[in-house]
Design a protein around this ligand. Structure first.
Ligand SMILES: Nc1nc2c(c(=O)[nH]1)N[C@H]1C(S)=C(S)[C@@H](COP(=O)(O)O)O[C@H]1N2
Ligand SMILES: [Mo]
Length: 219
């Protein structure tokens, strides 16, 4: 059984305390440069690094399920077959990890978050979304950040099934936020009236995670 990589978790917590990698600290967010495709303090990496807690859960497709519940009119649990029956879309986007690497032009394929919204129909009181994964990871976002055309539950990357190390069979991508907001091996999506900080959000990382504002850390 794999265990959480405590050294990595401790190192990333220390980076948050040290506010590592901030290039524009002290510059008010609304005056920072935003015209560049590459967010401030990021560099482009070739290939696609793997970054997670160190546990790569194996779920056979016959056991896999995704439950979407909470403040919604129609909670659902999708099996793998159900997931494939949903409309599959493609999307091209960039990926920005808070540890400063970015990848450009990823071809994603899967189910759009907006489709999911049309199925479960969040109640008007629902304002936040919590993602929980098969490795025990969690991350949170405002509903309005998820209600965007480029937010996907993705099962394919560059025309190939998403590998286990990158979160297969299904992970979330939220291209306008740092990559930790996209849960690999997603298991549950819960809509709520109140926000609930996730794994990195309680360890010094930003609740909002906006790359172009270098919004890496919490205060
Ligand atoms: N379930 C889960 N999702 C996760 C993580 C994790 O540890 N567990 N790490 C996050 C972080 S910090 C990053 S940068 C991206 C990395 O995705 P990749 O390994 O496919 O590059 O996944 C995010 N989603
Ligand atoms: Mo990350």
């Amino acid at each position: 059984m794999e265990e959480t990589n405590e050294r990595l978790v401790n190192r990333k917590e220390a980076w948050a305390q040290a506010k590592r990698g901030l290039t524009e600290e002290g510059v008010p967010p609304d005056t920072r440069k935003r015209e560049s495709r590459l967010p401030p303090g990021q560099h482009i990496t070739k290939g696609w690094p793997v970054l997670d807690l160190g546990i790569h859960p194996t779920t056979s497709l016959s056991d896999w399920a995704l439950t979407i519940s909470g403040a919604v009119a129609q909670p659902v649990t999708w099996t793998w077959e159900d997931f494939l029956k949903q409309p599959q879309v493609t999307s091209l986007s960039d990926f920005h990890c808070v540890t400063t690497w970015s990848t450009f032009d990823n071809h994603w394929e899967g189910v759009s978050f907006r489709h999911l919204l049309s199925v479960v129909r969040p109640l008007s009181a629902a304002r936040f979304v919590l993602f929980s994964s098969y490795d025990g990871y969690t991350t949170n976002l405002p509903l309005e950040a998820c209600d965007d055309e480029d937010v996907l539950l993705t099962c394919k990357w560059n025309a190939e099934p998403l590998t286990k190390e990158h979160g297969g069979p299904v992970r979330v991508i939220v291209p306008k936020r740092y990559a930790w907001k996209g849960a690999k091996w997603v298991k549950e999506i819960t809509f709520a009236e109140r926000d609930k900080p996730g794994f990195w959000e309680v360890r010094g990382y930003s609740n909002t995670a906006l790359p172009w504002e270098e919004d890496r850390y919490g205060y």
